[in-house]
Design a protein around this ligand. Structure first.
Ligand SMILES: NC(=O)c1ccc[n+]([C@@H]2O[C@H](COP(=O)([O-])OP(=O)(O)OC[C@H]3O[C@@H](n4cnc5c(N)ncnc54)[C@H](OP(=O)(O)O)[C@@H]3O)[C@@H](O)[C@H]2O)c1
Length: 334
């Protein structure tokens, strides 16, 4: 075991569930290695919409206080517990934890890590797991997306949306990206979407109808919720599948039961957090496929704005303010 050079580190510490503005950087004890663990010097942390909810205590599960937020990270191995032979100091890795990544160092079970593939930056490595796992699982295991089908992605320039665009194209779908601003639609087109649509416009469903030759979309990827979800479902193709992924718009829509009947469509729930426990083989298979695609450079994680560690709160505010393009990243160290 490598001895600590310093006994404290800087970390984002949530003392009470509170507004992002009240969260501070603090000096806390360095995390200790435990059996089977690896200590990583964190370089980049990917921030998602959920991270902001967790800090404010608004997420469905609450972390015991105080806690260090941050789940997806990339960095360099700093030390390993006795008996860990798969990793050694200096290796570049990426990983995911329940919390604790927004810190200079994080200690994780070695199973939580992967080697960062050559040519993938720490920022991209920290922007991969949650969104791409969610989108892959949703499209393959839940919607059973077929090559040649048409797909509508709501919130297309966001974290889950960008992952869905890239994977939809890899799986052979025609992808229509729906987003609220010109900049976001351009971003989505740049990632491979075949067409983009402004779903803030009152007649956007007419436009969608024209784009799909009156058929509607076979698969709808929906991390947005609210009124848009209901409008999208009303435009679904016969035998279409609407994937319920999240409610970034802030409210949970209620679908009248006559709509699935009339449309011949299905509403499908997606909760990545439950997949490792309920479908461990599926989870591992999905992970393997994603890392193969990443290693082959067929997937390039969509990294949006990068904020320095001292300005971590701007990352959260960018997401809450609906301004994120792709994944928002906090750079903890270079
Ligand atoms: N089910 C799962 O397993 C799973 C996994 C990961 C994430 N999620 C959920 O998926 C949702 C999206 O996460 P994300 O990380 O992709 O977020 P994100 O990057 O912020 O993207 C969300 C998109 O929603 C749209 N939106 C509409 N109204 C909004 C509002 N009031 N505030 C913010 N965004 C708004 C925005 O697009 P426009 O401006 O173009 O409308 C935005 O790009 C979250 O609810 C998250 O909890 C679920």
């Amino acid at each position: 075991m490598k001895p600590y050079l310093e006994s404290t580190m800087k970390a984002v510490v949530v003392q009470n569930y509170t507004a992002i503005d009240d969260v501070q950087l603090a000096h806390v004890p360095m995390p200790e290695l435990t059996p089977g663990s690896v200590r990583v010097r964190v370089r980049a942390v990917g921030i998602g919409f959920v991270d902001g909810l967790k800090v404010q205590g608004l997420y469905q599960t609450k972390d015991p206080l105080p806690f260090i937020p941050g789940t997806e990270f990339a960095g360099e191995v700093d030390g390993v517990a006795d008996g860990v032979s798969e990793y050694s100091a200096g290796m570049q890795v990426m990983g995911m934890v329940r919390s604790g990544a927004l810190a200079e160092y994080v200690v994780v079970p070695m199973e939580a890590l992967r080697i960062l593939p050559d040519g993938i930056s720490p920022e991209a490595g920290a922007s991969f797991r949650v969104n791409y796992l969610t989108a892959h699982y949703a499209l393959t295991e839940r919607a059973k997306l077929q090559s040649g089908e048409q797909m509508l992605v709501l919130g297309a320039a966001g974290g889950v949306g960008t992952a869905a665009i890239q994977l939809g194209k890899i799986f052979g779908a025609r992808v229509i990206a729906a987003a609220s601003t010109e900049e976001k639609r351009e971003f989505a087109l740049g990632l491979g979407a075949d067409a983009a649509i402004d779903y803030n416009r009152p007649n956007w469903r007419e436009e969608l109808k024209d784009l799909t030759e009156n058929r509607g979309c076979d698969v709808i990827v929906d991390p947005v919720g609210g009124a848009i979800s209901l409008e999208a479902f009303r435009s679904i193709a016969w035998n279409g599948r609407h994937l319920v992924i999240g409610f970034a718009a802030g409210n949970i829509p209620a679908l009248p039961f006559n709509l699935p009947l009339l449309k011949g469509g299905t509403l499908l729930g997606v909760d990545l957090a439950q997949v490792p426990r309920r479908e461990p083989e599926v989870y591992q298979r999905t992970l393997r496929d994603l890392f193969r695609l990443l290693g082959d450079r067929r997937l390039r994680p969509a990294v949006g704005r990068i904020f320095e560690f001292e300005r971590f709160y701007d990352a959260f505010k960018t997401l809450a303010g609906r301004r994120a393009l792709g994944k928002v990243v906090v750079r903890v160290a270079r």
